[in-house]
Design a protein around this ligand. Structure first.
Ligand code: SF4
Length: 77
């Protein structure tokens, strides 16, 4: 069984989704349906809300199916 890992970015943050871990609690699309909408494809649209709102929902995912990719290195100055 392949471990599927999908990434969705708004250019600022990247939401990582691991469907095999999802327990279908519905927390994500109840709390932020503009970003998490299983009726459309792709079902995660991080550009539809402030990154802070999306981060809060990702951190509230009870299964660990939603996580955040480590931030890329800021450009050195
Ligand atoms: S909050 Fe997490 S476990 Fe619940 S439906 Fe969304 S991705 Fe799946």
């Amino acid at each position: 069984m392949a471990d599927v890992v999908k990434n969705y970015t708004n250019g600022e943050i990247t939401v990582v989704w691991q469907p095999d871990k999802c327990v279908h609690s519905a927390n994500c699309f109840r709390n932020l349906p503009s970003v998490f909408n299983p009726r459309i494809n792709p079902w995660i649209q991080p550009h539809n809300a402030d990154s802070a709102e999306t981060i809060a929902v990702v951190l509230g995912c009870p299964s660990g199916a939603l996580t955040l990719a480590p931030p890329s290195n800021p450009s050195a100055d």
